[in-house]
Write a protein that binds this ligand. Structure first.
Ligand code: PMP
Length: 305
């Protein structure tokens, strides 16, 4: 990814893609204390727009706060940086990656006095779990790795270090021939996917794990809450067990990258009809209408670049 044309916003200036480099003694590279966001911009009838830009940017600042990192920019500046990056790279639709990290000033575990940096990159990125996954559903495996307990690395921060757990789970699942992993919390209840929130549907009611299971407070998850309300679907946040997923009627993952991806199988157990279910289909269509600027009710969630 490093060797290509384009621009990356780094600490307040736009630099050439190939020159967006950091030192090997960067604190975050050694100890994993950093935070990032995943954001998407979509083509809409009014031009390219970033979906829920403010919420993503505020979550980045909250992640940094949880990690005791002070970002040396304002929320407004970082929102503007993201719009600038999409424009500078002439992208119609894309994935955006803001990242904040601790510099290379000193390498003791205590980062005190070290500079906090921020960058924003953007590039085209299609369906994270595949176009076929969006249409037909994916195969998921319950991970042998436990999701972080809420008092280990702070699960409401989109912290760099949390993703070692995601990488291990995803690699285990994909090497076993599945598309993605589902992780359980330290008590054995369903938490989330390696990079997605999970929803199940049973007898017309939509359920998702409450955040005490260590799942990230997903912005797509929140969007699904609004969609359920619009569609007159009851939504319940609760503890969910692995076997409840086996016997549910429909299941799907949500995330900025994964969007709304149906799950057709967990641990070789077919879920519902073994394909994208009827309620998932409706929720997914409503989601793509909102992000694509085809639902005026949510126009304020779209920031034109
Ligand atoms: N959980 C994890 C672990 C994630 O990485 C993501 C992706 N950011 C999500 C859930 C979904 O969050 P969002 O909908 O805000 O992208």
């Amino acid at each position: 990814m490093a060797d290509r044309d384009g621009k990356i916003w780094m600490d307040g200036t736009m630099v050439d893609w190939r020159d967006a480099k950091i030192h090997v003694l960067t604190h975050t590279l050694h100890y994993g204390c950093g935070a990032f966001e995943g954001v998407r911009a979509y083509e809409t009838p009014d031009g390219t727009a970033i979906f829920r830009l403010r919420e993503h940017t505020e979550r980045l600042f909250n992640s940094a706060k949880i990690l005791r990192m002070k970002i040396p920019f304002t929320v407004e500046q970082v929102m503007e940086a993201q719009r600038d990056v999409v424009r500078a790279n002439a992208l119609k639709s894309c994935y955006l990656r803001p990242l904040t990290w601790i510099g290379s000033g000193k390498l003791g575990v205590s980062p005190k006095g070290n500079q906090i940096h921020l960058m924003v990159a953007a590039w085209p990125w299609g369906a994270y779990l595949g176009e076929e996954g969006l249409a037909k559903g994916i195969r998921v495996k319950t991970s042998s790795y436990t999701r972080h307990h809420v008092n280990i690395t702070m699960t409401q921060a989109k912290a760099v270090s949390n993703y070692t757990n995601s990488i291990l789970a995803n690699m285990e699942a994909t090497e076993d021939g599945y598309d993605e992993a589902m992780l359980l919390d330290a008590s054995g209840f369903v938490s989330e996917g390696a990079g997605e929130n999970l929803f199940i549907i049973k007898k017309g009611v939509v359920y998702t794990p409450d955040l005490s299971a260590g799942a990230l407070n997903g912005i797509t998850r929140d969007t699904i809450f609004a969609i359920c309300q619009d569609l007159g679907l009851k939504l319940v946040e609760k503890r969910i067990t692995r076997d409840e997923v086996y016997i549910c009627d429909e299941a799907f993952f949500t995330g900025t990258a994964a969007e709304v991806t149906p799950i057709r199988e967990l641990d070789r157990v077919q879920i519902g009809i073994g394909a994208r279910g009827p309620i998932t289909t409706k929720i997914q269509a409503a989601f793509f209408d909102i992000v694509g600027g085809r639902n005026p009710k949510y126009a304020e969630w779209l920031t034109r670049v």
